[in-house]
Structures are given as C-alpha cells and as structure tokens.
Design a protein around this ligand. Structure first.
Ligand SMILES: [Fe+2]
Ligand SMILES: [Fe+2]
Length: 341
C-alpha cells in the first residue's frame, strides 16, 4: 500500500492522466445524443426473430454448408468487433470524451455483440454444431469450405495484436476514418442482403443489422464533423494510409480478399464462389462478384466524398478504378493496421 498522504495536505495531488474515468458529463454535440437515444429505441434481441419459421432441414446439406460459410465469413469480422469496439470504448474514457460519445461507443459494442450472436445462432442451427471450425463436414463442398474457414480464421487472427498497439498510438479522429469505412461497407452489404434473401429470419436480421450499422456510420460522421476541420497534416497522411490498408483487409467479406494481405490457398476464391452460387440458388441473396465489386466501389466513393470534404487525400484504389494518392505496399506496415469491421 502507498504511504498515506491525506493528513499531510488539504487537497490530493493531481491525478496522473490519462485517468480512465472523467467524472465529467458534458455533451457538446446534440447529434450523438440523438443517436444514443435511437440505439435504445432500436435495440433488438436476436432470440426474438421468427426462428419458428426457419427450418434448416428444408435445405440440402450442401446448401446449409454454403449458407453457413457466408455467416462464418461475416463472423470473422463480427466476432472480433465486440472486443475491437470495447477497446475503443475504453479509449473514449481515457480521452475524457464527451459523455454521449462514450455512450455511443458503448452502444456500438453492444450492437456488434448482437451481430456476433446472430452469426452464432445461424451457424449453430445450420451446421448442428457451435463451431464451423470443429464440426464434421457433411459434403465435399463442406470439407473445402471448412478449409477456407480455417484460413480465414488464421488471417483474421493476425490483426488483433496490431490493433491493440494501434489504439493507444492514434487519436480517435484517425480511428474514426477506419471505423467509418467498415460501417459504410457494412450498411451497404446488409441492405442488399435484406432485399435479396427469401428466409424471413435472414431478411429481418439484415434489416436490423443494417439499421445498427447506419447508426454506427452516423456516430463516425458526427465525430469527423467535429474533429476533421482541425486535423494535422500528419494525421491526414496516416488516414490516407489507413484507408488503403482498410481496403486490403475488409474486402474478404464485401468483395474478395486481395492477395497482398490475405495469405490464402490457391483454390480459396473458386471454392468461395462455388458456395456463393449455391447459396444464391437456395434463396440466400449474396451479391454476384460483379455486384460486390460495384457495391464496394460505391462504398469507397462515399467515403472519398467525406474525406474530400475535409481535404484529406484519398488513396488510389486501382482495384475498383478509383484514382488518388499512391500508397505502396511499403508504406503499409501490417503492425500499424487498424482493422475495421
Ligand atoms: Fe456489425
Ligand atoms: Fe458496425
């Protein structure tokens, strides 16, 4: 125990910063207060969906494994989102962020937990097993998909250490650009999936998840509006690089994983496309590769419009035909990447 000092002075010494609790409840931006209220109003429970209408046995085993694979792909991101946002949430306390902003990050953490739970429930019902990595595949395609899933899991796992180092290193304004990229992309894909799925639990879930992602996007935009007009040149250049790095990481679920960062076997894409076509024919509306590319390009253009507004250079993304500042492989250190979800 420390030596007692209270009887030697009237007031205690200054508390070293960053101290994790601010004891201050001020909110300057009314927008985030509204988003927080919406997050409570729009809260939902995955268990309350119309599960009684969902009969996995109405699908063939190949179809079940193909649909479960898509949810597994999603869960590589969504199962890491709760700890990722929990870390950002703690940072809002350390940084003594505005009260409602702290609450907003709490809501994102909660929402992502719901999304993860949803992935888990669908996968468990489809595969009759709590883990896509451990269950016994039922078909040849299922075997190949489990191999894919193992490689996805391996690749996704490499980013947590980098993220933990990145969070204290960058200010929240820099982190927002990465988060926003993920939220824009997520809102796009879920909207599309909700329109193209036949199964009621899926359309319901995608609508709800998409609405959550829309709020997450709004949180990022509100904070950027506050912070971006005063960004330093150094922060701007980090953001440009982060966006390029984010492009390389995120497309595994939204488009197809670029080979630069994803260490995957040669037959990976072919297997994934085969499963996606099968799932699509079974009424699970995964966009076709060209549609995914178009979506992803539009999401990037939306993000570019935001960054342009704040005069922050956007990286060139030749993969989807977007010109901008050249960011080479050498500019991006895997250890510095802020993964986005
Ligand atoms: Fe999510
Ligand atoms: Fe999100």
């Amino acid at each position: 125990m420390n030596d007692k000092i209270a009887d030697t002075m009237e007031f205690p010494p200054e508390t070293p910063q960053p101290n994790v609790y601010p004891l201050r409840w001020e909110t300057k931006s009314s927008k985030v207060e509204e988003i927080w209220d919406a997050s409570l109003r729009e809260a939902w429970n995955p268990k309350d969906l119309a599960w009684d209408t969902f009969d996995p046995s109405s699908y063939s085993w190949e179809e079940r494994e193909a649909i479960a694979y898509w949810w597994t792909l999603l869960s590589v991101f969504d199962a890491s989102a709760p700890p990722v946002f929990a870390a950002a949430f703690i940072k809002t306390y350390e940084d003594h962020e505005e009260d409602a902003i702290r609450r907003c990050f709490f809501s994102v953490t909660r929402d992502e937990q719901n999304h993860e739970q949803m992935c888990g429930m669908v996968i468990t019902k489809l595969l009759e097993s709590p883990s896509p990595l451990e269950y016994e595949p039922k078909t040849e395609l299922g075997r190949k998909l489990q191999k894919n899933a193992r490689w996805l899991y391996y690749n996704g796992g490499r980013y947590w250490e980098g993220y933990k180092k990145a969070v204290p290193k960058y200010n929240l304004a820099v982190l927002f650009s990465s988060f926003l990229m993920g939220e824009i992309a997520a809102a796009t894909i879920f909207k599309q999936m909700s329109q193209n799925c036949e199964e009621i639990v899926f359309t319901e879930a995608f609508k709800l998840i998409g609405r959550d992602e829309g709020r997450h996007m709004a949180i990022c935009l509100a904070l950027m509006e506050r912070d971006y007009p005063n960004l330093s040149a150094e922060d701007k250049s980090i953001i440009t690089k982060q966006i390029r790095a984010g492009y390389l990481f995120l497309p595994a679920v939204l488009y197809e994983p670029p080979a630069e960062f994803w260490d995957l076997p040669e037959d990976f894409i072919e297997t994934q496309r085969e499963a996606e076509a099968l799932a699509r024919d079974a009424g699970f509306g995964i966009p076709k590769p060209e549609e995914k590319r178009e979506n992803w390009r539009n999401a990037m253009l939306d993000l570019k419009a935001v960054l342009d507004k704040y005069k922050t250079p956007f990286p060139a993304i030749p993969e989807v035909g977007i010109t901008g500042e050249e960011v080479t492989q050498a500019d991006i250190d895997a250890a510095d990447i802020i993964p986005i979800f």
